[in-house]
Design a protein around this ligand. Structure first.
Ligand SMILES: *Cc1c(COP(=O)(O)O)cnc(C)c1O
Length: 397
């Protein structure tokens, strides 16, 4: 048997992209697609955003990399912007969401040891996704992600998502718990939005128990849900926040932000990275952060997201094959009553990129924050019709 030169980690659709512009992406045959996936919540400013292109090109011509053994002014500038935006105290930069979460997990363990807890444990959620490294797949609440990689990293205890009582019960009996790690909206799990007040109640428990509240905003951050960070919808401050996906519009970067006690735990030699926060990635991220505020894109995400959910409800809300249409800003899920994995391929044929998650039942849309009204209308009509045809409710036109 001859093997393909790429390791077999993805079931890829048979399309290759050549270039993009704004909300549109073009394949190598010249076909165009409305990109309602954004490389999974990464290219929030759309493709080839001029501010990002310029920042990257200018920086590539000056200095791409120099090592964290030296002062990196762009990293300091980006840290300054992100801490101001979030109210957090400091940042560690890595290259991905998983690495940002690894930093958070390491912080929680150091926090535990600083309090004399020898076997520090983190509460994580069912149905969560935190990444593919050993610690983050162990934190992830999906057996398929973990199967075959045992032994898993120890020190996690799992409870149902959006269930404060379950967290209280763990607090009563487990004295090793030092932190909670939770997504403000579960993305990979199927766009699950917790009840109003969930984070606030978790914050209260963390305060009582002296636990760290650690939010995985790898997907929800960077304007995606209608605030720069999703926790800013609720009146709380976390101890640790991680982000990555949308932070540099496609240039790899991850960030772990910390506040208070958690911001003092790393010291030289306790954590590090070769590439993390290099000048190129930071220049791209600075352009993204500046563009999001200059163009009011958080507000845009909220308004456009509300419009999309409202219109999808009008078009599909009453259909018997739809369980629920839900969204927070531009994280939108259309939950079907039965699996509809093929919809990603069918949508591609109709010129729309989306994906299906949550056990194959949730059509997930993550459109760019810069999507226009007419592009949004095209998305609503195309996807609604696609689902109706798929369910046998309408004939293909
Ligand atoms: C995508 C994602 C990750 C993993 O990020 P990578 O950059 O793929 O390592 C972690 N947490 C959440 C919530 C994510 O959506």
């Amino acid at each position: 048997m001859s093997l393909q030169p790429l390791m077999n980690t993805y079931n890829r659709l048979s399309v290759a992209f050549d270039h993009g512009e704004g909300a549109w992406i073009y394949d190598t045959d010249g076909n165009k697609y409305l990109d309602a996936l954004c490389g999974i919540a990464v290219t929030g400013l759309g493709h080839a955003h001029p501010a990002v292109t310029k920042a990257i090109s200018d920086q590539a011509g000056r200095l791409i990399h120099c090592s964290n053994l030296y002062t990196v002014p762009l990293q300091e500038q980006l840290a300054e912007k992100l801490t101001t935006l979030s109210g957090m105290d400091n940042v560690f930069f890595g290259n991905s969401g998983a690495e940002a979460n690894e930093a958070a997990i390491k912080l929680a363990r150091r926090y535990g040891h600083s309090k004399g807890v020898d076997c520090p444990t983190i509460i994580v959620m069912e149905n969560s996704f935190h990444g593919r490294t050993l610690a983050t797949l162990s934190a992830t609440g999906n057996r398929a992600t973990q199967a075959g990689f045992e032994p898993l990293v120890a020190g996690f205890v799992r409870v149902p998502y959006d269930d404060v009582e379950a967290v209280r019960q763990v607090a009563e009996k487990n004295t090793n718990v030092v932190a909670i790690l939770v997504e403000p909206v579960q993305g990979e799990g199927g766009v699950h939005i917790p009840a109003e007040g969930y984070l606030k109640q978790l914050r209260e428990i963390c305060d009582q128990q002296e636990w760290l509240l650690m939010l995985d905003e790898v997907q929800t951050g960077n304007g995606r849900t209608g605030r720069y960070f999703a926790f800013q919808h609720s009146d709380i401050m976390p101890d640790v926040v991680t982000t990555a996906k949308g932070l540099a519009n496609g240039v790899p970067i991850g960030a772990c932000l910390a506040r208070g006690e958690a911001a003092k735990l790393f010291t030289p030699g306790t954590h590090g990275t070769t590439f993390g926060g290099n000048p190129l990635a930071c220049a791209a991220a600075l352009a993204v952060v500046d563009t999001i505020s200059a163009e009011n894109l958080c507000q845009r995400a909220e308004e456009l997201g509300n419009y999309l959910v409202e219109q999808f409800r009008v078009q599909l809300g009453d259909a018997p094959y739809i369980r629920e249409v839900r969204g927070k800003g531009l994280m939108i899920g259309i939950e079907l009553t039965e699996a509809g994995t093929e919809l990603a391929v069918l949508a591609k044929v109709k010129g729309v990129l989306l994906n299906v998650t949550g056990g194959g039942r949730v059509v997930r849309l993550l459109p760019p924050l810069i999507m226009s009204q007419s592009e949004a209308d095209l998305l609503i009509n195309t996807v609604s019709q696609l689902i109706r045809v798929y369910a046998g409710d309408e004939r293909d036109s």
